[in-house]
Each structure stands twice: as structure tokens, then as C-alpha cells.
Design a protein around this ligand. Structure first.
Ligand SMILES: CC(C)(COP(=O)(O)OP(=O)(O)OC[C@H]1O[C@@H](n2cnc3c(N)ncnc32)[C@H](O)[C@@H]1OP(=O)(O)O)[C@@H](O)C(=O)NCCC(=O)NCCS
Length: 191
């Protein structure tokens, strides 16, 4: 199987200045992020963000979720990248290695908290996720996105993803059916 570069938890990847002048620290997730992560996902759910989750989580659920993340990170099957601004965790993103005949494929997910969007953080994180996927030996990244999420689709296309299809009406939100779009990026460094 392709080579793997597992990254430890809490490792600083880079810092940069966002388009609004705020300093952003990108680092891998760590156990101490538990409460911040719970607040983060619940804020997205409350907002009605165009993400898959639609139910708030309990602390008990979050403990189990984070524990599972840590196990998969340790096995080299997952990479979690977070961003911190002014000491506050404002994003999470991940690449999850496929299984079976899809071990060469990484599934990408990303979400940024309201108030920190459209200042370049998503694009910066996507580029970091792509380079990490390459160093994990992955040959392809896939993701899914609500067809109505034009901002996300724009960012994904900007970093080289292309739409390959959609499942019509797979999502139902706020009384409307929404198409679920699949996007792919081939990683040329690992042909
Ligand atoms: C989608 C998301 C990750 C993008 O990250 P971000 O930090 O906001 O994105 P950036 O600031 O790097 O870039 C935003 C780009 O979208 C563009 N944009 C903003 N609104 C847009 C719209 N309605 N349609 C098209 N493009 C739009 C901006 O002009 C900018 O493009 P440019 O860099 O070419 O000028 C982030 O907004 C987010 O997490 N949203 C909520 C949760 C979510 O939708 N997650 C994705 C689930 S698949």
C-alpha cells in the first residue's frame, strides 16, 4: 500500500495573516480541543450551515468522536487540520483514507465558523490539505457539497477540484430537496 506520513496531534503546520489582518495558526487537532470542537460543530448546526450534520452533539458523543479521530490519526488513516484565531478554534477539516479498493483515495471535509469566512482561510487550508494528501501517498481526493453552496464550490474549483456528478435530491433541508454534488481532484504527484 502507498506510504503514509502520520502526523502527531497538536503539531503546528503554519501561521499566516488572513485577508482581514488576523493571525491564523494552522495545526493538527489535539485532545484538549474537545470542548472547543463541540462548541464549533454545535454552532454550525445552529446556524444551519450547508454541512451534513443537522443535530447538535452532546459532550459524551464528542468524546467518542474525538477518540475515534485520534485512533485513526495514529493509524495514519486520517489527517485533521484546525485553525486557531485569537486562541479560538474556528475550523476543522480532515482527510480520511478510503478502505479496501479505495485506499488510494482521500475523502476531504472542511468547515469554518461563521465570522471567519471569506478572508482566505479556506483556500489556505485546502492547499495544505492537498499537499498533506500528496505526502500521504494518496492519488485522488474526493468531496461532496450541497449544489446550493456556491462559495464552497468556487473554492474547491479554485484549488483544482472538478465536478464529476451529483445525486439529485439526496439532501433535504429547510423544506427543499437539494442535489449532492461529487467533486474530484487527481493528485499528479502520485500518478
Ligand atoms: C466553504 C468554506 C470552507 C470556504 O472557506 P472560506 O475561508 O470562506 O473561503 P476563502 O475566503 O478562502 O475564499 C472564498 C471565495 O469564495 C468566493 N465566494 C464567496 N461567496 C461566493 C458565492 N456565493 N458564490 C461564488 N463564490 C463566492 C469569494 O469571492 C472567494 O473567492 P476568491 O478567493 O476567488 O476571491 C467556508 O466558507 C465554510 O466553511 N463555510 C461554511 C461550511 C461549509 O459550507 N463547508 C463546506 C461544506 S462542503
Amino acid at each position: 500500500m502507498v506510504g503514509l506520513v502520520p502526523l502527531k496531534t497538536g503539531v503546528v503546520i503554519k501561521s499566516f495573516i488572513a485577508n482581514d489582518g488576523r493571525k491564523v495558526l494552522l495545526r493538527t487537532l489535539k485532545w484538549e480541543d474537545l470542548d472547543d470542537m463541540m462548541e464549533f460543530i454545535n454552532a454550525l448546526v445552529e446556524e444551519g450551515a450547508e454541512i451534513f450534520a443537522n443535530q447538535k452533539v452532546t459532550r459524551e458523543h464528542e468524546v467518542e468522536w474525538l477518540a475515534r479521530q485520534m485512533v485513526e490519526v495514529e493509524k495514519g488513516n486520517r489527517f485533521n487540520l484546525s485553525a486557531v484565531v485569537d486562541g479560538k478554534l474556528i475550523t476543522n477539516s480532515s482527510i480520511t483514507r478510503g478502505t479496501g479498493y479505495s485506499e488510494h483515495v482521500g475523502i476531504l471535509a472542511i468547515a469554518i465558523r461563521d465570522g471567519y469566512r471569506e478572508i482566505g482561510i479556506g483556500t489556505e487550508m485546502m492547499n495544505k490539505l492537498i499537499s498533506q494528501a500528496e505526502s500521504m501517498g494518496l492519488r485522488m481526493l474526493t468531496l461532496t457539497v450541497f449544489s446550493t453552496n456556491n462559495r464552497a464550490r468556487h473554492v474547491y474549483e479554485k484549488v483544482g477540484f472538478r465536478e464529476v456528478g451529483c445525486i439529485p435530491k439526496e439532501l433535504y433541508k429547510d423544506g427543499k430537496y437539494i442535489d449532492h454534488v461529487w467533486m474530484v481532484k487527481e493528485l499528479t504527484s502520485n500518478p
